[in-house]
Ligand binder design. Structure first.
Ligand code: NAD
Length: 340
């Protein structure tokens, strides 16, 4: 039978994006909802044929341990709540899918990994790009040397954050500004496109602190990663313009994606020998990137394999995120390889 997911947080992503995706899954189904709004939870449950016993509040969430219909808890809450609900889910004996960013600090990520390990449960981060056909094809082309040796990467993600009251702009809920949101895509892409781990980071921030949106968190953050091969990645995120772009420059050509990591409509070009052509991608592992992601964790639960985007992968990003903030704050390059 398909394994059952409980969706924690019926906001934009949980309710509008993830829940409809179970229709595209082969191995996953919606089994429960967890919400602070009983009327909304009841409505969503009714829409999907869930019984009343599959509706939870944040207060009685821990009793989900007694629900055999729920195999996996999917945390779709504001960032600062990811650690708490991942740890509570693991203690309730459930596997966990946690949205990005994994948490708001390295210490939280480590506690989440430890809790899942202690409970012998899988932990996966909602890095959907690893199931998105164009990103997978770009990785394949890059690894196959289609652009030659990759020397330079650009990765830029942002959107106009228009609502000054959004939780994303409250540091206690978000953990930070654009870096904690779209910046995670820029950082992830630099790592999965090169297939390398950065050895140093240099960052700077630009935020108009008189703008009421940015009293607590950053707007633009721009950082350079240096990789062991000598490749450089120039990455950025912002809350003041729409951008969604990944560029790989090799010594024989270029691979470019724009938009690169949207829910749909991504496009890609390959440039080589003075010619540029748009390339399509073969189908990904799921009917959609979301279905591929949801079903991947189920397959990992069934086979005992580690998810390709495990808690450790989220932790690696969070270590770099902390170094990016530190570099911007201290105005210097931060080594990530332990060298002085
Ligand atoms: P949202 O504001 O639409 O939803 C958040 C939900 O959490 C709401 O239902 C809200 O009521 C609930 N909530 C519970 N406790 C809360 C509290 N103390 N304060 C505020 N809200 C509280 O946000 P969203 O866009 O759905 O984002 C949720 C998570 O999903 C974030 O971590 C975000 O980074 C992630 N996300 C991922 C993607 C992706 O493409 N992978 C896209 C959007 C969001």
């Amino acid at each position: 039978r398909p394994l059952g997911y409980a969706i924690v947080g019926l906001g934009y992503y949980g309710q509008q994006i993830i829940i409809p995706q179970f229709a595209n899954c082969q191995h996953s189904r919606l089994a429960a909802v967890v919400s602070g709004d009983p009327a909304k939870a009841k409505r969503v449950a009714a829409e999907h044929g869930l019984p009343a016993r599959s509706i939870y509040s944040y207060a009685n969430f821990d009793t989900i341990r007694d629900n055999p219909d729920v195999d996996i808890v999917y945390v779709c809450l504001p960032n600062s709540l990811h650690a708490e609900y991942t740890i509570r889910a693991a203690k309730a004996g459930k596997h966990v899918m946690c949205e990005k960013p994994m948490a708001t600090s390295v210490a939280e990520c480590e506690a989440m990994i430890a809790a899942c390990k202690a409970a012998d449960r899988k932990l996966m981060i909602g890095y959907r790009s690893h199931f998105e056909p164009f990103n997978l094809e770009a990785m394949r082309l890059a690894r196959a040397g289609e652009a030659g040796k990759i020397r330079y990467v650009r990765s830029e993600h942002g959107f106009v954050q228009g609502d000054p009251s959004a939780w994303r702009l409250k540091k206690s809920l978000s953990g930070g500004g654009s870096l904690m949101d779209m910046g995670v895509y820029s950082l992830q892409a630099a790592r999965y496109m090169t297939g390398e781990e950065p050895v140093a980071v240099t960052a700077r921030e630009s935020t108009d602190r008189s703008d009421p949106r940015f009293t607590e968190v950053e707007d633009i953050i721009d950082w350079t990663l240096e990789f062991p091969s000598g490749a450089i990645a120039s990455c950025q995120s912002m809350y003041s313009a729409n951008q969604n772009h990944i560029l790989l420059m090799g010594d024989k050509g270029r691979i470019e994606l724009e938009p690169a990591t949207r829910y749909e409509g991504n496009r890609m070009w390959l440039g080589r020998d003075g010619r540029e052509r748009e390339v399509t991608a073969p189908p990904g592992p799921g009917k959609t990137q979301f279905a591929g992601q949801l079903d991947h964790l189920v397959q990992c639960v069934r086979t005992g394999r580690e998810p390709i985007v495990s808690g450790e992968e989220g932790l690696r990003d969070m270590r770099i995120v902390e170094a990016i903030y530190r570099s911007a704050r201290e105005g210097r390059t931060i080594r990530l390889d332990g060298r002085a």
